[in-house]
Design a protein around this ligand. Structure first.
Ligand code: KG4
Ligand code: ZN
Length: 349
């Protein structure tokens, strides 16, 4: 019998539920994938308000779960229940994990605690065969790091941002430019912009490693934007294009270093995965593709619907963990911080 996993994602401002199975090709395996984005709840505040997010998760989680199960499975047919338990905003994590634990207890099935970053990292294996080890660039709203991925819970950090993540800079500058949709909005606006109009130097370019820094870039753009007020539509497009170009250039340069620094077995595997919300960006994909081509690596990016926060990635990693024997205690604590390099200490399977 095929196994079915219900996955829940509530770590930030997306309330999401999905069901995946282990039978058939990936379109068959993805039974449902429901995401409710809380954009409306937070738009008046210029960012995600943790308390509002937790309340909205509480309000929307059960309708979202019901929708994910509708015409897919009855609760008693679910083999195990998986939820994001960190890293993320503690209120949201509590709502999702507690609901998931309750479902597992009532249905007498295993509960599986999923690390949000690991879910981003491993979702590429839902849609195609990606053997371990592989090199990973995980680039989202909260994280920006290069890792060697050696298994479901074995990660080695090669380098990371020393301050802001690339996604955070996209979001902050989008807000300053009054562009909706964060990085996605910047990408759209950049289509009609001149990416050479404003020059901002690439951070940490003289460091021979794959550490990154984005806070200086953020401040530089902030100052340029303030100096240019009031902004025309063309100014906004040009800023969007220049920002996208600067972030793309930095990620591409540091990818070269990550490839150099990776252990020889990871280099031999020749697989480079880019995941997380920012990996949805087409220009960044193109640039990383060029670096991979020049270094005999194959680039794997999950389809864009699985790059930004979703529950299919949680259900999928839950399924892989379940098949590897995972089952977590319902006293498993939610973690606002939960670095990937520490995963094997907590995940017993
Ligand atoms: O993975 P994700 O959905 O949430 C976190 O775990 O943080 O990533 C969200 C981030 C946001 O900063 C958003 O602006 C960025 O991903 N993002 C993009 C694009 N789509 C989402 N950045 C650039 N281009 C995009 N198309
Ligand atoms: Zn995420």
């Amino acid at each position: 019998m095929a196994c079915l996993i219900l996955g829940l994602e509530t770590s930030c401002d997306e309330t999401a539920a999905a069901v995946v199975s282990d039978a058939g090709d990936w379109l068959d395996r993805l039974k449902s994938n429901v995401v409710y984005s809380q954009i409306n709840e937070h738009q008046d505040f210029g960012g995600v308000v943790p308390e509002l997010a937790a309340r909205a998760h509480l309000e929307f989680l059960f309708p979202v779960i019901r929708k994910a199960l509708h015409n897919v499975a009855h609760l008693h047919e679910i083999s195990a229940f998986a939820a994001t338990c960190g890293p993320g905003l503690i209120g949201g994590l509590l709502v999702g994990a507690t609901a998931c634990k309750a479902l597992a207890v009532i249905n007498q099935k295993p509960f599986i605690a999923v690390n949000h970053l690991a879910a981003h990292a491993q979702v590429c294996r839902l849609t195609q065969e990606v053997p371990f080890p592989f090199l990973l660039l995980l680039v989202s709203g909260g994280h920006c790091q290069f890792l060697e991925v050696r298994g479901l819970k074995e990660y080695k950090l090669l380098g990371a941002t020393l301050d802001d993540s690339a996604g955070e800079v996209f979001d902050k500058i989008a807000r300053l430019l009054e562009i909706d949709g964060g990085g996605r909005g910047i990408e759209k606006m950049a289509e009609t912009g001149d990416q050479r109009r404003f020059a901002v130097s690439s951070p940490l370019k003289d460091r021979n490693n794959c550490d990154m820094s984005f806070s200086g870039m953020k401040t530089a753009f902030k100052i340029l934007i303030q100096e240019k007020q009031p902004l025309s539509q063309q100014d906004k497009s040009d800023f969007a294009a220049c920002l996208q170009n600067s972030i793309t250039h930095t990620l591409a340069e540091k990818t070269k270093w990550a490839i150099k620094m990776a252990a020889s077995d990871v280099r031999c595997s020749g697989i480079f995965v880019m995941a997380g919300g920012v990996a949805a960006n087409k220009k960044i994909r193109e640039a990383i593709q060029n670096v991979c081509n020049a270094n005999a690596f194959t680039l794997v990016c999950p389809p864009t619907q699985f790059c930004t926060d979703n529950a299919a990635m949680v259900a999928w990693l839950g399924l892989e963990m379940y098949k590897a024997g995972a089952s977590d205690s319902i006293s498993f604590e939610q973690r606002p911080r939960w670095p990937l390099e520490t995963l094997s200490l907590l995940q017993k399977f």
